[in-house]
Design a protein around this ligand. Sequence first.
Ligand SMILES: *[C@@H]1O[C@H](CO)[C@@H](O)[C@H](O)[C@H]1NC(C)=O
Ligand SMILES: *[C@@H]1O[C@H](CO)[C@@H](O)[C@H](O)[C@H]1NC(C)=O
Ligand SMILES: *[C@@H]1O[C@H](CO)[C@@H](O)[C@H](O)[C@H]1NC(C)=O
Ligand SMILES: *[C@@H]1O[C@H](CO)[C@@H](O)[C@H](O)[C@H]1NC(C)=O
Ligand SMILES: *[C@@H]1O[C@H](CO)[C@@H](O)[C@H](O)[C@H]1NC(C)=O
Length: 299
Amino acid sequence: MLSNLLLLIYVLTSSFIFTTHSYINKCLRHQEILLLQLRDELVFNSSLSTKLVRWNESGECCKWHCVECDASGYVVSLQLDDEAISGGIGDSSSLFRFKYLQKLNLGYNYFYYTDPIPRGIGKLTYLTHLNLSCAGFGGQVPSEISFLKRLVSLDISGDSSIILEHPNLEMLVQNLTELRELHLDGVDMSFFRERKSQGHIILSHLPNLTSLSLSCCGLHAPLPKSFWQLHSLSVLRLDYNDLSAVSLHELFTNFPSLTTLTLLACRLKGSIPSNLASLTKLIHVVRLQYELEGRKEEE
Ligand SMILES: *[C@@H]1O[C@H](CO)[C@@H](O)[C@H](O)[C@H]1NC(C)=O
Ligand SMILES: *[C@@H]1O[C@H](CO)[C@@H](O)[C@H](O)[C@H]1NC(C)=O
Ligand SMILES: *[C@@H]1O[C@H](CO)[C@@H](O)[C@H](O)[C@H]1NC(C)=O
Ligand SMILES: *[C@@H]1O[C@H](CO)[C@@H](O)[C@H](O)[C@H]1NC(C)=O
Ligand SMILES: *[C@@H]1O[C@H](CO)[C@@H](O)[C@H](O)[C@H]1NC(C)=O
């Protein structure tokens, strides 16, 4: 009797698990059509592609390589990195019709440096993760990225022909209050500097930002006050910028939660401050190179 009951419970639970599972992977026909449209629009080298090239009408579209759907069958994630894509993302691309998309990765593709980041990205207002690292794009970062208020992670690193001037960094992230990681290595931000007329502090409205990577951004000290308000940072990368007017003391006192700080070739001057020891969390001062009375030392 008891064993029969247990068997019944087992059958009920497993069929329940089975149903939920198949439900999760239900491909919606209109999403499948959109995926096939996207595949046909994108210009990619099919001998180098490993994911797009295998999208076809056979099989469940939510199980296609690099596609993920939510429980209702809407596409929520597209990991199109490293697919040898060289074109085909205009502002009217099918890509921007996946309105519930949360994660998009277009990193490591072959866009031409004259291709701007498409403004259509601003339509994907559910995005939490946007990764365009080393995609090959160039030109000004479009202000439409600032519409993506749910962004938790933004990576536009690795393309030296990208510029952040209008909008500048502060305008771009003004409303991106959920951001936890922001990687902009290589982006030309030489305009990001302290201005006398600056009325209010904008970057400081990023209470959850823990990882900021700004290597090789053409930064010159003095840096804006807003930068110094990012007290929650645990990872900070500032290599290859001109920080000759920044003191190590400032870095260590403003960012007390640092676990990783990288400052290679930053033209820093001065001595290691005595409060370094008080940064108990700091486990990697990676490649900290500083000039002290003309001597070069490494920590
Ligand atoms: C695609 O990639 C292969 C392998 O690297 C290369 O030989 C071919 O020329 C590429 N095709 C185009 C159109 O770029
Ligand atoms: C469709 O994709 C599957 C899985 O990637 C592959 O095995 C199959 O050969 C493809 N069919 C066609 C017609 O390309
Ligand atoms: C962005 O994508 C690249 C390549 O897929 C990956 O190496 C990198 O870690 C990603 N960035 C973030 C912030 O996850
Ligand atoms: C930020 O949000 C406020 C209020 O919704 C809006 O007025 C402002 O234009 C937005 N700024 C940007 C850069 O999107
Ligand atoms: C910061 O993260 C916490 C914990 O995940 C979350 O509850 C909070 O809403 C976030 N703050 C902002 C401004 O997004």
